[in-house]
Structures are given as structure tokens and as C-alpha cells.
Design a protein around this ligand. Structure first.
Ligand code: GTQ
Length: 349
């Protein structure tokens, strides 16, 4: 005999919730399906920032405040579904940074990892951990956690790059530390190109032992990555969902170049349409070359060079292009993979 046990009425339950509320207790069964969802449920919205109008606003900001006064003169790309949070996705921050000719963005360091993807301009430099690198359009540059970094522009043109940081992840863990350097610029102690020579030739210094999680290479020049795609294109072996897609790696262990953020460069050949794809890592894309169209969760976004768009977690995406295109992208896949919950799904044709 299994008599249904006697339980409380709705009002008795509510009275109970009120009673325990003052002791900072609350019933799981009222919220369980909201917090443990059968599929990702995100406030992140698909969105595209066109480069030209955004650059105009950034140049206006250039007349309002100096890089030094601002510390970093950046317009944050805030997801329309997450306004007021400085987030482009739930776990990532992105912004467009402007350094005008002659300016210095003063040296500081923080526990957040940063990537720069160079968008526009004739040349600027960043110094990271005592080595200076020149930045050119399409270069992917890393600032590892707690590495001193300052940026400068000795060229005649304004320089704009896309910043991607794991700020929301550090906030989630309450693990943010930051400090200024004692001068605007840190001393340069290594030759430009030293780390690329040591670690970027498919070789490692013979007794090198891994100490840090981030890649010891901190500038991945576009010229090199593009040349690989160019050479591979001749083989005409396309991934149905990605075209030709490479991930930037830490040459020491083959993992992603940054501990938390995964970065990719992909080529879509002429007259190519990708098969529907979704993954749990909401992804920020920017076109480096070419024009195309992406359908994200049923919404169509047309893009050209330097436009930036965001694909939320677990929303279907397809890309297509007529004349061919190159896309750079980044996401929190590096973190999700390490933590064991990253997932992807490909629609079978
Ligand atoms: O260049 O160090 O967009 O510290 C946000 C925070 C850039 C930077 C950002 C930063 C930086």
C-alpha cells in the first residue's frame, strides 16, 4: 500500500517560504528548472557592429579624452541582451581600442587575459613582459595574465584594434587583481621578434620547461597564418561547417594560445555555404577579408571587412560568401574544454 503522503497546500507552502526567507533559505523546487536547464538558455543576442560607424564614434572619443587620461581609450561592444554589464557574451568582454599617433596607453597589469586583433591603422606597438612587438592589421596579439603591458603609436595614423578579455570570468570567480606600473612605459629587455624566433618555428629551446599557461608567443602575425590558409586552400578539402578553420595554439603543449580564450582563423572559399553548426561557446567573429552573410538563430547578418558579430551559445549558425572570406573568431572554448562541458553539434545534411 502506497498512500499518497499528506502535503501542504499552496498557501501553506508560501507561508513556509516566507518563514525561511529571513534565514536566507529558499526552496530549490521552485527554481530548479530555471537554473538547471535542459539546454543553454542565454540572454546573449545575435548582433553585428558595422565597423565604419563604430570607428566614427571611436574617433570622436579621440577628441574627448587622451589614451593616457583614459588609461585605455576603448568603446565597449556591449551585447544588446546584456546592457550595463560590459559583456559581449556572458563570459567575455570585447571593445575597440584607439591609440592616436604619439600616444601611449600606460603600462599596467591584471589577472585578466587579453587578446588584440588588429583592425585598422598603419602600425602601433605593444610591449608585453619586456618585449615590444609591432602590430599590423590581422595580427593576433596576446597579453597573458599579470604580464605588464603598454601600447604606443609611433606611426602617422590612428590605430584601432579589437580587444577581447575574460573579464566576466574573473568576475564570476572574484579573482580580479590589477596594478599600474611605476612609469608610462615598461623597460624593453628583449629584442623585437625574440619570442617568435624561440617558439614560433616549430621548435622549442632545448631545455624549455612550461611555467605558464599562456603561449610564449605573443604576436601571431597575419602574414603567416594567412599564408597557411592560402596554401591549404589549394587542397580543396572543406569542412562542411567551417570551410578551412585553424586554431591558434600554444606551441609548448598544442593547447589554445590563451588559458581561457580560444582563437581561430578561418577561410571560406568562393561560393561556399556552411552547414548549420552550434556549440556552447558563444563566439565573436570579425571579417578580415571579404564579404558574406551569416544566419544566426534565423536572423540574417551581412558583413564586410572589420565588421564584428556575435553568435550566442547553442544557436544555429551558417555562413556564406560569394567571393571568399577570412574570419577571425574568439570564444571561451579554451575554458569550457578544460572544465569538461564544451559541446558542439553539426546538422547532418
Ligand atoms: O589594453 O590593457 O579593452 O586593461 C580593457 C582593459 C583593454 C588593455 C581593454 C584593458 C585593456
Amino acid at each position: 500500500m502506497n498512500d499518497h503522503p499528506k502535503t501542504g497546500s499552496k498557501s501553506e507552502r508560501e507561508a513556509f517560504y516566507d518563514k525561511i526567507d529571513g534565514d536566507n533559505l529558499t526552496p530549490l523546487w521552485e527554481v530548479m528548472s530555471d537554473i538547471i536547464t535542459p539546454e543553454p538558455k542565454s540572454g546573449v543576442m545575435p548582433y553585428l557592429w558595422e565597423f565604419a560607424p563604430t570607428k566614427k564614434f571611436l574617433m570622436e572619443a579621440g577628441e574627448l579624452i587622451t589614451a593616457k587620461e583614459a588609461e585605455r581609450r576603448v568603446l565597449i561592444l556591449e551585447n544588446p541582451g546584456l546592457r550595463g554589464t560590459s559583456q559581449i557574451t556572458t563570459s567575455l568582454y570585447a571593445g575597440l581600442q584607439l591609440v592616436l599617433p604619439g600616444e601611449v596607453a600606460p603600462a599596467h597589469r591584471h589577472s585578466q587575459s587579453a587578446l588584440r586583433f588588429v583592425m585598422d591603422g598603419g602600425g602601433a606597438h605593444t610591449t608585453v613582459g619586456g618585449e615590444k612587438t609591432q602590430m599590423h592589421v590581422g595580427d593576433f596579439v596576446i597579453t597573458p595574465p599579470m604580464a605588464w603591458h603598454d601600447h604606443g603609436n609611433e606611426s602617422a595614423d590612428p590605430m584601432i584594434w579589437l580587444d577581447g578579455l575574460d573579464i566576466p570570468m574573473l568576475s564570476l570567480y572574484d579573482a580580479s587583481f590589477a596594478e599600474p606600473f611605476s612609469a608610462d612605459e615598461q623597460p624593453v629587455g628583449r629584442e623585437t621578434g625574440d619570442s617568435l624566433a624561440r617558439f614560433g618555428a616549430n621548435m622549442l629551446p632545448v631545455d624549455f620547461e612550461k611555467e605558464k599557461m599562456a603561449s610564449p608567443i605573443f604576436n601571431y602575425p597575419y602574414e603567416r597564418s594567412r599564408a597557411s590558409l592560402d596554401r591549404m586552400e589549394r587542397q580543396e578539402e572543406w569542412d562542411p561547417c567551417h570551410g578551412l578553420k585553424l586554431r591558434y595554439i600554444n606551441p609548448v603543449d598544442g593547447g589554445f594560445a590563451m588559458p581561457t580564450i580560444a582563437t581561430f582563423l578561418q577561410l571560406l572559399p568562393k561560393d561556399f555555404s556552411t552547414a548549420p553548426y552550434r556549440s556552447t561557446d558563444a563566439t565573436i567573429f570579425t571579417a578580415v577579408e571579404g564579404h558574406g552573410q551569416s544566419i544566426i538563430d534565423g536572423q540574417t547578418f551581412n558583413w564586410g571587412p572589420k565588421d564584428i558579430f556575435v553568435v550566442p551559445s547553442w544557436k544555429w549558425v551558417t555562413h556564406e560568401t560569394e567571393k571568399g572570406a577570412v574570419l577571425f573568431s574568439f570564444s571561451d572554448r579554451a575554458a569550457q574544454s578544460k572544465l569538461g562541458f564544451w559541446r558542439e553539434d553539426r546538422q547532418k545534411n
